[in-house]
Design a protein around this ligand. Structure first.
Ligand SMILES: O=C(O)CCC(=O)C(=O)O
Length: 262
């Protein structure tokens, strides 16, 4: 059995993203929602010294987001980003679901070990949140580019609460601003892409997942509603990737198709 058909893969190649539908059942969803709130509130049984945590800005401006560093930064739901969640058992279990193994096997090859560049919670707290400018998910400290990210809605993601907005097909344009260390394009490049090509908002229900090509141009707005917009995204990469710092990445699984069938 496969989770993704050839037609769906063709759609992914064409558009640079593919909605995978609901991947979390209601029990799993509730467990992850509860877990991330526990982590934010400082009540999770977790080694916080391994987790990168960043508070949200207080004015919605990207340049004013909090410092991203390891360790808890206070009991509040106003975190913007919590990264390295592969160190959390529940999130790790989710990351290893067969559908994600199938995707990795297809994209990186069936025998490749797979690691996560980022396994992170991205939050737009109720009536808050920060505008994230146009960018491609690309980092120039790696010896090869990670190709895919899965983005899982833990709340309804709507235009009002800052869902992801994409320029359909832009993954085919290559790197737009290759000298930027983390794939951000200039405001002029972002505006030109938006005006010339239009955009699509990836509205999703809780528990739904979208697969995105890392070069797909995307951004997200602040949260203009009283509904939080919690999400969990994972950038799966070739396990042989080496960072210029010598940093080691946590192996998640071997994308071995034989294992999938078993
Ligand atoms: O969750 C979001 O709003 C977008 C996340 C994103 O674009 C990223 O982390 O690269």
């Amino acid at each position: 059995m496969t989770f993704i058909s050839e037609d769906q893969w063709a759609q992914y190649e064409r558009d640079g993203f593919l909605k995978l539908g609901v991947v979390l059942d209601s029990e799993e969803l509730e467990a992850l929602q509860g877990r991330i709130d526990d982590i934010m509130m400082g009540r999770a049984d977790l080694d916080y010294s391994r987790i990168l945590m960043q508070l949200d800005s207080t004015d919605g401006k990207y340049e004013n987001v909090g410092v991203q560093s390891r360790g808890h930064k206070g009991a509040t739901l106003n975190y913007r980003k919590i990264q390295d969640l592969e160190h959390d058992e529940l999130f790790m279990e989710f990351m290893k679901k067969p559908i994600f193994r199938e995707i990795c096997a297809r994209v990186y090859g069936p025998e490749k070990p797979i690691t996560a560049y980022r396994a992170m919670f991205m939050n737009k707290p109720a009536s808050a949140g920060t505008l994230l400018p146009w960018h491609q998910d690309r980092w120039n400290n790696l010896d090869r580019d990670p190709l895919i990210t899965t983005w899982t809605a833990l709340d309804p993601a709507t235009i009002e609460n800052g869902c992801v907005e994409v320029v359909v097909g832009s993954h085919k344009w290559g790197l737009l601003n290759p000298d930027h260390p983390s794939g951000f394009v200039t405001p002029e490049q972002g505006e030109k892409a938006r005006l010339e090509n239009g955009t699509q908002f990836l509205e999703m229900g809780p528990g739904e997942v979208v697969l995105m090509h890392n070069w797909l141009l995307h951004r997200s707005d602040k949260n203009h509603s009283t509904q939080s917009r919690r999400a969990f995204s994972v950038c799966y990469m070739d396990g042989h990737t080496v960072a210029s710092s010598g940093e080691q990445f946590t192996p998640i699984f071997s994308a071995n198709e034989a294992e999938l069938v078993a």
